[in-house]
Write a protein that binds this ligand. Structure first.
Ligand SMILES: [Ca+2]
Ligand SMILES: [Ca+2]
Length: 84
């Protein structure tokens, strides 16, 4: 797994890589702590990877985020953790 950070539309987002739909291609969750918009870029072998192939998600709140296959079914889950 790797991660990165980007700034778009005024929100700073963390990119969390994982295969969230289990198709064998890596996807990226772009998560903005707080109320900024969040979305997933779906990995694809024959179409453009990026904003043209994305789904919007609403994750309000500020969390530490990571991903992994925590139950061993070859699909990554996203783990949100709030300190305190
Ligand atoms: Ca995938
Ligand atoms: Ca899993």
């Amino acid at each position: 797994m790797s991660s990165g950070r980007e700034r778009r539309s005024g929100a700073c987002r963390d990119g969390i890589v994982g295969d969230y739909d289990g198709d064998g291609k890596s996807d990226v969750l772009w998560y903005a702590p707080g109320t900024g918009s969040d979305f997933i870029w779906w990995g694809a072998s024959r179409t453009a990877f990026g904003p043209g192939n994305q789904a919007t998600r609403t994750i309000d709140g500020s969390y530490a985020v990571t991903s992994g296959d925590f139950d061993g079914n070859n699909v990554n889950e996203i783990y949100f953790y709030r300190y305190g």
